[in-house]
Design a protein around this ligand. Structure first.
Ligand code: ATP
Ligand code: MG
Length: 304
């Protein structure tokens, strides 16, 4: 086995497109005809099968994960189209990335991870335990793990460099970064979209505990949704039938990966050593969970 890098697979070469950026999961391309990324009007955004955990990109891939993320995002963009516009132009992409790629408008991305939380867990819970509030929003005393928050709250974070944690920030810090008007707009949009999506998911037996949106602006200043939306990677989905507050809920997607990495694998998550490759069984169970999320939410069979 090659040495682990914690960087995952490389972006494929695609005819007509120049690779310009890779994040943890997605690879971005500009048309060969564009001079540079800043002036390109369109991008090809490809969701790979890479998976990250504990801020590492794993060496193992989850087959079909990229198609699940892209298919689910497209479905949600459509469900939300009367609330907010989005960056999608077309899904007519090179054959090598069929189903995983989208041609999108090149947005000027707002440098904020727009998180909505309808339930208290994760970094929100950690913040609450330490301060009684989350991102500066005071909450009632005595809340327990996985309690519902009503109404849902806007808990923004700033985007970290590859390998770093995103950092929770207050609304005032967002306003300082992008201006009070735009900060207010994305806060209200984040909550409105969350509420709409939470209702849709609940009818299908899934609790949308929290989720992250990324907004960007078109050349005329209109704010639209970019990136991916309401996928297992950007959201916490819980099984509504087994939900019980006061305890950690099994996450819909990466639970097998996290359990194996922190248990049987012997890997130390506090070390700076990249995590080991996943056993085939963990890969297969994780793949099945992603597909289950797609099928439960959309009510459609995942295309083979
Ligand atoms: P993570 O979101 O997991 O923290 P990341 O930021 O490293 O990871 P990916 O999601 O793998 O990134 O890659 C997608 C990148 O493309 C992100 O930087 C995202 O902000 C950017 N992006 C998404 N949609 C657009 C768009 N329409 N125009 C310009 N950039 C976009
Ligand atoms: Mg991202």
């Amino acid at each position: 086995t090659p040495a682990a890098t914690g960087l995952g697979s490389q972006a494929p070469e695609l005819p007509g497109w120049t690779h310009v950026y890779s994040g943890k999961v997605r690879d971005l391309y500009i048309p060969d005809t564009a001079a540079d990324a800043a002036s390109a009007e369109q991008l090809l955004m490809v969701a790979s099968d890479r998976i990250s955990a504990y801020d590492w990109v794993l060496d193992s891939e989850i087959p079909d994960k990229g198609r699940v993320l892209t298919g689910l995002s497209l479905w949600w963009f459509d469900q939300l189209s009367d609330v907010i516009g989005n960056h999608v132009i077309s899904s007519d992409v090179p054959q090598a990335v069929a189903g995983r790629g989208l041609i999108v408008k090149n947005l000027s991305m707002l440098p904020i991870e727009c998180v909505a939380r309808g339930y208290l867990t994760g970094s929100g819970m950690a913040d609450y335990k330490a301060t009684g509030s989350v991102c500066g929003i005071q909450l009632p005393a005595g809340l327990i793990e996985a309690d519902r928050l009503e109404p849902a709250i806007f808990t923004p974070a700033t985007k970290a460099e590859l390998g770093d944690h995103d950092e929770n920030v207050s609304f005032d810090q967002v306003a300082e970064t992008i201006g009070a008007d735009q900060a207010g707009t994305i806060r209200d949009l984040t909550i409105e979209i969350y509420q709409r999506a939470e209702e849709i998911a609940r009818k299908r037996g899934i609790i949308l505990a929290d989720t992250k949106f990324e907004f960007g602006t078109l050349s005329d200043g209109t704010i639209v949704l970019g990136d991916e939306v309401l996928t297992p990677d950007s959201s916490r989905f819980w099984d509504a039938s087994s939900y019980e507050s006061g305890q950690p809920q099994a996450s819909f997607d990466k639970q097998f990966v996290r359990d194996w990495l922190t248990g049987e694998s012997g890997w130390d998550k506090s070390s700076d050593i990249p995590p080991p490759a996943l056993p085939a069984e963990v890969v297969e169970k994780t793949r099945a969970r992603y597909i289950e999320a797609f099928e439960k939410l959309t009510g459609q069979k995942f295309p083979a």
